[in-house]
Every structure is written in structure tokens, then in C-alpha cells.
Design a protein around this ligand. Structure first.
Ligand code: ATP
Ligand code: MG
Length: 752
């Protein structure tokens, strides 16, 4: 089971235990009147998830009782969405329309029981007669019709003898019921229209309240799970099944809170408005919260399901921040996709002292060392870098190329700026640069040149021109009212971005991280050999949260105050925004977040490192301890290492290539020599030792040398475990994997 138990699963478990049902049957019952959205994904994940967890079954049922709005293209979209999310409804796709005859028979049964009648009031009168919350309603005079009259009229309604609205069939319940829905609810209405599946067979169609409970019953559903707005309909649900005296087991209805997300609209009706008004390119426009839109944009089904899991199942409606969904997709892709290079806004760089051509073997997964896969990266005299990776007059803390600051070209060499070429308007059109032949990435860098960061680039002669589609929130307001709140900048098309040649292929279906920019997906519809099109799935970090927070004017008194060393100093708005992001989104503890947020040098360093490897907690620890210590004595520009190297170091700890203890030594070496951590580990043989076959003999040796302590341990002094572990670590120069050592020592000491 994927998570802790929610209230629905508790109900299901109790029902299984009490023997109320032999099998759990749920259903996902959409109306095929539009494309499904992320709210439906939540319903799908709940219904299919519960069926899966309890070895039951979940039906997919098209709730097609409203023939004026429904269409087969929506049926297909719903099927596709469920499949894409990885669920299976078995052999049969169900339609409520398949039960029209059975539902009709139940209606006749109710009429014969005197529990339903044909009413001939106008729609207006029906509303008037219903009363109000504080006033009882009044029953229609037609409620006195005899069973024969009702049967006759109902038959003629069915045969199309009347026009729409002339009559309805109503349940005879209670016109003074506190629950207004129980005041003789409508069961059938006349609609003289063609049904997309049932054709012209019917001139009457059952209402939701009548059709839904009966369809559930017919299908043997045990738990009919729907959203909170149906809470008041539950009484009708029960009334219909009880009054018809249907044999148990029968279904019961349970309600959960529907999903709302900010900066978008979710109902199919509102989405249809956007589609029909051409405000978006179609139901699968990547800016829409539709499953088809997410799919086209490059979201993974896994990330959407993780999101549904995270938000949980609640009984109270709330608004979920879209940033949470974005976090899930980022987190999923971070683990999976190759890193490549793209330049969105190219600035030409001519490397004057470089002649010829070479192909650099560059790993696709530099953040995940053991994972194989690399491509050839052409390097030549003329390259393009991102325009904003060069600053003629850099602000403080600028890490990239400037007239006085060299930069590393990712996977390649360090370059420095020799000359800036401008056009007649003063716009920079080219940089003349010089490279350092000894500085090649991956080999011992003996150039002695200090850099603060590595930037992406492409070789001018080999780069491929592509179209990049950048997406922003579809609406500019958190809770949009309507079309007038559309964000005019929700789509930005960059026609001549440049990417490295390796990633442009025939008909790919691939996701990439364009380093330092974001995650991208080959557009499944518009991608062609002539114009490769990449959709931005999500940026590397949540820039939106920052943007909007900064705009908010906050009264001084509310500024967050964090106590340090007994002294309280208010944060600036920017620092506060960072602090919030670090604690809430990145889950850093408040002390670490406080240190980072208040120090621009540290937070910039931290964020650069995060782009290389996404483990905020561990990177933040090294940055606020080791890096901060270095920076007490040195300026940023005097550091020998760059953020990416720190990220690599953390990565090596995480994948257990090195122990934390050794990592400290590696950091010391790196901070003195600037060597790559991997190189330090390789050349000094610092790989962590996790192999029990190597560790066990060392332990045995120590046991033999310390008979007294062994005896004390066995006599009950368990504290001595630490002594033995410490001895082993010492013996291996700190390279032994403490976890393995702990286990083995405990085992060996308990053996006699
Ligand atoms: P819409 O207003 O978008 O048309 P709906 O509720 O009318 O939504 P249906 O097609 O009738 O959509 O719903 C199918 C199932 O999906 C229902 O059980 C419904 O409760 C559920 N559902 C719809 N929207 C959401 C949502 N935002 N969050 C969770 N479940 C939802
Ligand atoms: Mg609806």
C-alpha cells in the first residue's frame, strides 16, 4: 500500500472485515462532455487505487445521461487518460445508456408502488413549489394522479408524444424535507434529441440522482465515491435503493473534497469555453490542466499520481498550490532524464586561440555517476553561449563570464573574455575569448584559473536550430474569475534557440533537462525534422513563487523575525521569500534556511549547486558549514571550487561512493587544490568500502586484539559497540561504510 490510510480506505477495510462485501468494486463515472482534468486524475487515483489496494475492481463508466452535451471524442479522451495514468478497467467499458431499459423498469416499479408520479407543472412552477430552506414546499396537484394515469403518461413521454418540459417524472418523497433535494426530486425529463449511443430510442432521459445509484447497483459497486457537492444527494441515493427494496449487497455513497488548484480553472464547462473561444490551441494545450495537456507538455503519469498521493483524501475543500504539482514533476524528472545543453538567446563567442575541432565525450547523467550514457559534444572555435551568461558590468555576486572573470564551459574548457564586439546601437554581438588548454573538464586541471560556475554552450557549426515553447501560468490570478484574468504571457515561443546536435532525432518521444534552464519534452504533435519543437515541462526552480511574493507589499510589522543568538533581526522581503521557500518547499530546517536566506553569497552558491544535483538538505548542510567557513576567510572570487563541485561531492555521499567522514577530507583537498571531487577520490583511493568480505577480517582481527572488551561487551556493556566500530573505521582510514561496519560488528560480537 502506497501510504497511510485515509478515511475511505478505513471504511473499505471495515466493510471487508465485517463481511459486508466479498469484493471491493469502485467506479470512475465521468460524464463524457469534455476532456478530463487533474481533478479527474485525483478521482481516478482514488477509485482505481482503492480497487488495486484491496484486490477488487474499478469500472470505467461513461455517465451519459445528458445527450445534448456528450460526444464520442470525449469518451476516447477519458479512456486515454485512465490508460495513460496506468490503470485498467478490464474488458468492459460501461455506459449508463446501456442500462436505460433497466432504469426505466425501476421507474415503472416506483410508479406502481405509488412512489413516483408524472408532474406537469412548468419548470418555473416546480422551482416555486419547492419552497426555501426555511419554508416547506408545496406538492403539485398532479401528485394525485392514479398509478394507471402515471403509467400511461410515462409511456407516452417515452414514446416522444410530448415536447421537452411538458412533463417530468418525480419521486414522491417529502415536500417539507429539511434536505431540499428530497422534496420530490425529478427522476426523468423529456429530451427529444438524438443520443450519441442510444440513437432515437428514447425521448426521456433519467436524471443523475436516479441513474447513478441504479447504475452502481447494477454493476455491483460496493463503494460509490464522489465529491462533496453530492453530499445532499446521498439521501436520494439511499431512498431509491431502499424504496426499490434491492437485494444486498448494495452500494453506499462516500464523499471526499474535490481538488482545486490555483491559477487555473478546472470545470469541463470552463475549459470548453477556453477551447471553443480559441484562447488555447485545443483540449491538449500544454497550459491546460487537462490530462491531455499535461501529457503533451511532457508531464509523466508517475508525477501526477505522486501528486494525487501527496495531497491526500480529505473531507474539507481546499486550494492546492500548483507549485506542489510542479515540485512533483521536477522531482520525478530529476531522477530520470539526461542533461543536455540548449542556448535560448545565443551570443557568439569566438575562441581566438583554439584551432581545429574535437568531440568531447559528455555524460548524460553527470548528476548520477553510476548511470551510463553519454554523447559526443562537438567543440570548435566558434560557439554560442546564453546572452545573459555574460555581463559587461556584473552586479555583485555574478558568477558567470565578465571581462574580469573566467567561466567554465560545461564539460569543456575554461574561457576568459578578451574583447567585446558591439553593433552601432551598443548591443553586444560577439565576444572574443581565449581558452585554457590545460583546463579541460574531467582531466587534471592544471590551468590554475579560478572560475565560479560552468555555463552551457553549443558549437556554432554543429548546433541545431529548434523551437522552444515556454509556458507560464494560464491565468494571472490565483483564483481566476474568467477570460479577463488570462495571463497574456502564458506562452512564449522562441524560434531560433540552439541545441547540441545529439538530441535532435527523428520522431523522438523524449524528455531532457536543458541544463540551467528546465525540463523539456519533444512536442508529440508539432515536432518535425524541419522544426524540432520542445515544450518546457517545468523550470528548474520555482521562480513564480518568488516573483509574486516580492510584489506583495508587506506591512513592516509583519516581516518575519528570526531569532539568532538571542538577538532578533528582521529579514528583508527578499530574504523572507527565500526563507519561506527553503523551509516549506525544500524542507530545510529553519536554522539552515535562516543562514542561507540572510547571506546572498551563500544562497547563490547553494542554488547553483542545486541545479547540478537536487538534494537540498545535504547540499545546504555543506554550504552552511564548510563553504561558509571558507568564506569567512576568503572572498567568493578566491574560492578554488565552484558550486557544481560541491554538488558532486554530496552526490558521492548519497550514492555511498564515499563516507561522510571521507567527504570532509575530500572537501579540504578540493578547497585547497580545486580538483574535482571524483578525481580526488580516484587518485587517492578513497572509495568507500562496503564489501563485507573486506570488512569482516578487519573486525575479526580487532576482536582478537581486544579480548577484555569483547568479554565486557558480552557481559552486557553494549556501549562498547561504538569502540569496536570506531576501531574498524580507524583501521580503514575512515573509508569503511559505517552502516555495514555497525551491522557486522554487532553480528560478530554476538557470535561465540
Ligand atoms: P466538471 O465540473 O469538471 O465537469 P464533474 O464533477 O462534472 O466535473 P464528472 O465527469 O461528472 O465531472 O466527474 C467524474 C468523477 O470525477 C466524479 O466522481 C467527480 O466527483 C470526480 N471529479 C470531478 N472533478 C473533480 C475534482 N476537481 N476533484 C476530484 N474529483 C473530481
Ligand atoms: Mg459536470
Amino acid at each position: 500500500m502506497s501510504k497511510k490510510k485515509d478515511f475511505l480506505r478505513t471504511v473499505v477495510e471495515n466493510d471487508l472485515q465485517s463481511g459486508k462485501y466479498k469484493e471491493i468494486v469502485t467506479r470512475f463515472p465521468p460524464e463524457p462532455n469534455g476532456f478530463p482534468h487533474i481533478g479527474h486524475a485525483k478521482s481516478i487515483s482514488i477509485n482505481f487505487g482503492i480497487a488495486r489496494d484491496y484486490h477488487g475492481h474499478c469500472n470505467l463508466r461513461m455517465d451519459d445521461t445528458n445527450p445534448t452535451k456528450e460526444d464520442t471524442k470525449y469518451v476516447a479522451a477519458l479512456e486515454n487518460a485512465v490508460k495513460w495514468l496506468g490503470f485498467d478497467w478490464g474488458e468492459d467499458l460501461y455506459f449508463t445508456s446501456d442500462y436505460f431499459s433497466q432504469i426505466h423498469a425501476y421507474a415503472i416499479k416506483l410508479i406502481k408502488m405509488g412512489k413516483a408520479y408524472v408532474d406537469s407543472l412548468t419548470e418555473e412552477q416546480i422551482r416555486e413549489y419547492r419552497g426555501t430552506v426555511t419554508e416547506a414546499g408545496k406538492r403539485s396537484k398532479y401528485a394525485n394522479r392514479t398509478v394507471e394515469e402515471n403509467l400511461d403518461l410515462f409511456e407516452r413521454m417515452k414514446n416522444g408524444e410530448f415536447s421537452d418540459g411538458e412533463h417530468v417524472l418525480r419521486a414522491k418523497i417529502d415536500m417539507s424535507a429539511a434536505n431540499m433535494k428530497m422534496r420530490d426530486p425529478l427522476l426523468y425529463r423529456i429530451r427529444n434529441v438524438n443520443h450519441f449511443r442510444a440513437g432515437n430510442e428514447w425521448a426521456i432521459y433519467p436524471m443523475y440522482d436516479f441513474a447513478h445509484c441504479l447504475s452502481d447497483y447494477i454493476e455491483g459497486v460496493s463503494h460509490s465515491i464522489c465529491t462533496l457537492e453530492f453530499e445532499n444527494n446521498r439521501d436520494i441515493y439511499n431512498w431509491v435503493l431502499d424504496t426499490l427494496e434491492l437485494q444486498p449487497p448494495r452500494p453506499y455513497q462516500y464523499e471526499f473534497a474535490r481538488l482545486n488548484i490555483n491559477y487555473t480553472v478546472m470545470s469541463k464547462r470552463k475549459l470548453l469555453e477556453l477551447v471553443e473561444g480559441n484562447y488555447v490551441s485545443g483540449w491538449d494545450d500544454p497550459r491546460l490542466p487537462t490530462i491531455a495537456g499535461y501529457k503533451r507538455r511532457g508531464y509523466t503519469p508517475e508525477s501526477i499520481l505522486t501528486f494525487c498521493d501527496q495531497i491526500g483524501i480529505a473531507k474539507a475543500n481546499s486550494m492546492v498550490d500548483v507549485a506542489q504539482l510542479e515540485f512533483c514533476i521536477r522531482d520525478d524528472l530529476n531522477k530520470k532524464v539526461p542533461r543536455v545543453m540548449c542556448v535560448l538567446d545565443p551570443l557568439k563567442v569566438t575562441i581566438e586561440n583554439y584551432e581545429g575541432f574535437e568531440e568531447i565525450d559528455a555524460p548524460y547523467y553527470p548528476h548520477d555517476v553510476p548511470k551510463d550514457g553519454s554523447r559526443k559534444l562537438p567543440f570548435s572555435k566558434e560557439i554560442f553561449i546564453q546572452r545573459d551568461d555574460f555581463e559587461e558590468n556584473p552586479p555583485k555576486g555574478y558568477f558567470r563570464l565578465t571581462p574580469n572573470q573566467a567561466v567554465r564551459l560545461r564539460h569543456a574548457y575554461i574561457i576568459s573574455c578578451k574583447e567585446i564586439i558591439k553593433d552601432e546601437n551598443g548591443k553586444i554581438i560577439e565576444i572574443k575569448a581565449e581558452y585554457y588548454p590545460d583546463s579541460k573538464s574531467g582531466s587534471a586541471d592544471t590551468s590554475g584559473v579560478k572560475v565560479k560556475s560552468a555555463i552551457q554552450w553549443v558549437s556554432a557549426t554543429d548546433a541545431k536550430e529548434v523551437e522552444i515553447r515556454l509556458y507560464d501560468r494560464l491565468f494571472k490570478n490565483e483564483i481566476p474569475e474568467g477570460i479577463e484574468d488570462l495571463n497574456p504571457d502564458s506562452l512564449k515561443i522562441i524560434k531560433n534557440a540552439l541545441v547540441e546536435p545529439a538530441i535532435v532525432k527523428e520522431k523522438p518521444d523524449e524528455r531532457f533537462q536543458f541544463e540551467r534552464i528546465g525540463y523539456f519534452y519533444t512536442d508529440p504533435i508539432d515536432y518535425s525534422d524541419d522544426t524540432p519543437v520542445f515544450n518546457q515541462i517545468v523550470g528548474l526552480k520555482d521562480s513564480w513563487g518568488k516573483k509574486t511574493k516580492e510584489k506583495k507589499v508587506q506591512p513592516k510589522a509583519q516581516a518575519k523575525q528570526v531569532q539568532i543568538d538571542g538577538e532578533v533581526v528582521a529579514m528583508s522581503k527578499e530574504e523572507e521569500a527565500l526563507f519561506d521557500k527553503y523551509t516549506k518547499e525544500l524542507q530545510l530546517n529553519s536554522e539552515v534556511a535562516n543562514t542561507l536566506a540572510r547571506d546572498k553569497k551563500l544562497s547563490d552558491f547553494f542554488e547553483e549547486a542545486l541545479m547540478e544535483y537536487n538534494n537540498p538538505v545535504n547540499i545546504a548542510n555543506i554550504v552552511t558549514n564548510e563553504v561558509a567557513r571558507e568564506l569567512k576567510q576568503k572572498e567568493l572570487t578566491d574560492l578554488k571550487f565552484i558550486p557544481q563541485q560541491v554538488a558532486q561531492l554530496v552526490k558521492m555521499i548519497d550514492d555511498e561512493t564515499i563516507s561522510t567522514k571521507i567527504a570532509k577530507d575530500v572537501f579540504e583537498t578540493m578547497s585547497k587544490s580545486g580538483e574535482e571531487p571524483k578525481q580526488i577520490v580516484d587518485s587517492r583511493g578513497l572509495l568507500q568500502i562496503s564489501d563485507p568480505d573486506i570488512i569482516a577480517p578487519i573486525i575479526e582481527d580487532i576482536i582478537v586484539k581486544n579480548p577484555d572488551n569483547v568479554e565486557k561487551f558480552r557481559a552486557g556493556n553494549k556501549k562498547l559497540l561504538g569502540f569496536f566500530v570506531g576501531q574498524v573505521l580507524k583501521e580503514t582510514g575512515g573509508k569503511a561504510n559505517p552502516k555495514v561496519v555497525n551491522e557486522l560488528v554487532a553480528k560478530k560480537l554476538s557470535e561465540k
